[in-house]
Write a protein that binds this ligand. Structure first.
Ligand SMILES: [Mn+2]
Length: 394
C-alpha cells in the first residue's frame, strides 16, 4: 500500500515527555489511501474557521472524549479557538485529557446548561460532531448548534436520523479516535501528549482493551504509533480500569444474582435492580462491562442487560455476530452497532424482557429482521454500555 501524500509526518514529540524517556519515532505509518478523500473533505471544511464547537454523544465515553482531546489540540495548534459542549456532563474519568487550568478565565469544557456554552455556540463558525452522526444522540446540543455548519466524524452507521452536513464516516474504523489519528497524521498536525493519550484511550476503550473483533491490525498499528509517540499503555489502562469504587462490586453482586437464559442457552441476560442501583448511588459508568458476564457464558449468542428507569427499561444488546442486534434494537426504537446496541423500551420490566427475548430468539431462528449473513461487514463489538444508544431521544 502506498500513498501519494507528501504530508505523512508527525511533529516533534510532546514537550511534556521528559528527556530521558522521549518517545522514539514511529515506524512510518501510512494512512489508508481509501480514507484520504474523507479526510480532505473535513480539512477543506475547516479552512478559515476560527471558532469551533466540539461535541459528542450523550454519556460521552473514552472514544468521544479522547477524540475531542485530540481534535482540541490539533485545532488549537492551528490557531482555532475550541470549546467542548457535550449534551451530558463531561465524565470525570476522562478530564485528565484536557488542560485543567483556566486560561484567561476560559475553560475548554463548557457545561451545555450554561450561558457561556450558549454564547460560544451562538458565535462559533461550525460544530464538529464526534463518535455519532445521529440527531437524537447529541441531545440538548442540537438546538444550540442548529444555525452552524456541521462536520461529522464517526465510525457508526449513519442511522435513520443522520445529522446533515459534511460527514466522514468509516464503519470499519475501530474507533473515532482511529479516524482522528489519521486526519491529524494526514494533515501533518500536532499531536501533543494529551492528544496522544486521548487517541490511545479512544481505541483502548472502544476495542474493550483490544479484546474485541474491532481490534483490527489497523487499530493495533495506530496504537503502536501512539505508544511510540509517548502513550503509556499501563498508566492509561490503570487510570481508566484500575480503581473501581466499592459500589461497583456491590452492584455486580446484586446483578449477577439475576443471571438467566433461554432453555437453549443462546440468549442470556441480567437485570439491574433499580432499588439497588439507586441505594448504592450508582451511575451509568458503573454498568461498564456488566454485559460481559452473560456474553461470555458458555453457549451465549446474544447477551442482554435490562435496567428499569423512570420512563421504561433500558436494554443493552450484545451479539457474537450471528444476529445483527442493531436491527433488533431498532425494532424497539434504539440502535447502535451490529454487535452492540441499545434501546429504551416502554413498559414494565417483565413484559419488556419477554418481548425483547422473543425478538432476539426469532432473529436467531432466522425469522426476525436481525438475522445477519456470514459476510458480516461490521466487525465492531463495543462493550461500553454507557456509550451506547438508548433510543432516548430527549
Ligand atoms: Mn466509538
Amino acid at each position: 500500500m502506498s500513498t501519494s501524500t507528501p504530508q505523512n509526518r508527525f511533529p516533534t514529540p510532546s514537550p511534556s515527555a521528559s528527556a530521558d524517556e522521549a518517545p522514539v519515532p514511529g515506524p512510518g505509518y501510512m494512512v489508508d489511501p481509501a480514507r484520504i478523500p474523507g479526510i480532505e473533505t473535513i480539512l477543506k471544511a475547516l479552512d478559515g474557521v476560527e471558532r469551533v464547537v466540539l461535541t459528542t454523544h450523550l454519556n460521552a465515553d473514552g472514544d468521544g472524549t479522547g477524540s475531542q482531546a485530540a481534535m482540541f489540540a490539533f485545532l488549537e495548534a492551528r490557531d482555532v479557538r475550541v470549546r467542548v459542549v457535550n449534551p451530558t456532563p463531561f465524565p470525570d474519568l476522562f478530564r485528565f485529557l484536557f488542560p485543567d487550568l483556566a486560561r484567561d478565565g476560559d475553560f475548554p469544557i463548557l457545561d451545555a446548561s450554561t450561558e457561556a456554552a450558549t454564547e460560544w455556540c451562538r458565535t462559533a463558525d461550525l460544530v464538529i460532531v464526534l463518535d455519532t452522526g445521529e440527531i437524537p444522540r447529541i441531545g440538548r446540543v442540537k438546538p444550540m448548534v442548529e444555525h452552524l455548519p456541521h462536520l461529522v466524524i464517526d465510525h457508526h452507521p449513519a442511522g435513520d436520523r443522520a445529522i446533515e452536513g459534511v460527514a466522514w464516516r468509516e464503519v470499519g474504523a475501530s474507533a473515532t479516535g482511529e479516524m482522528v489519528h489519521d486526519l491529524i497524521h494526514h494533515a501533518g498536525g500536532t499531536l501533543n501528549q494529551r492528544a496522544v493519550d486521548g487517541l490511545y484511550v479512544a481505541i483502548l476503550t472502544d476495542t474493550g482493551s483490544f479484546r474485541f473483533s474491532n481490534a483490527t491490525p489497523l487499530a493495533h498499528r495506530v496504537a503502536a504509533e501512539l505508544i511510540a509517540r509517548g502513550a503509556k499503555p499501563d498508566e492509561l489502562h490503570d487510570r481508566i480500569y484500575g480503581s473501581a469504587p466499592l459500589r461497583r462490586y456491590k452492584l455486580l453482586e446484586a446483578v449477577l444474582g439475576t443471571l438467566d437464559r433461554t432453555p437453549d442457552g443462546r440468549v442470556a441476560w441480567m437485570t439491574v435492580p433499580q432499588r439497588t442501583f439507586r441505594s448504592l448511588g450508582c451511575n451509568a459508568e458503573d454498568l461498564e462491562g456488566l454485559t460481559d458476564y452473560p456474553r461470555t457464558l458458555e453457549g451465549t449468542e446474544v447477551a442482554l442487560l435490562f435496567r428499569p428507569v423512570d420512563d421504561g427499561v433500558k436494554v443493552s444488546f450484545r451479539s457474537n455476530g450471528s444476529v445483527d442486534v442493531n436491527r433488533v434494537a431498532r425494532e424497539f426504537g434504539g440502535g447502535g452497532h451490529v454487535r452492540a446496541s441499545g434501546a429504551l423500551v416502554q413498559g414494565d420490566l417483565e413484559k419488556v424482557r419477554q418481548r425483547v427475548v422473543a425478538a432476539v430468539s426469532s432473529a436467531l431462528d432466522g425469522e426476525g429482521p436481525g438475522r445477519s449473513g456470514p459476510t458480516e461487514p461490521d466487525r465492531r463489538a463495543n462493550p461500553r454500555t454507557t456509550s451506547l444508544p438508548t433510543g432516548n431521544a430527549r
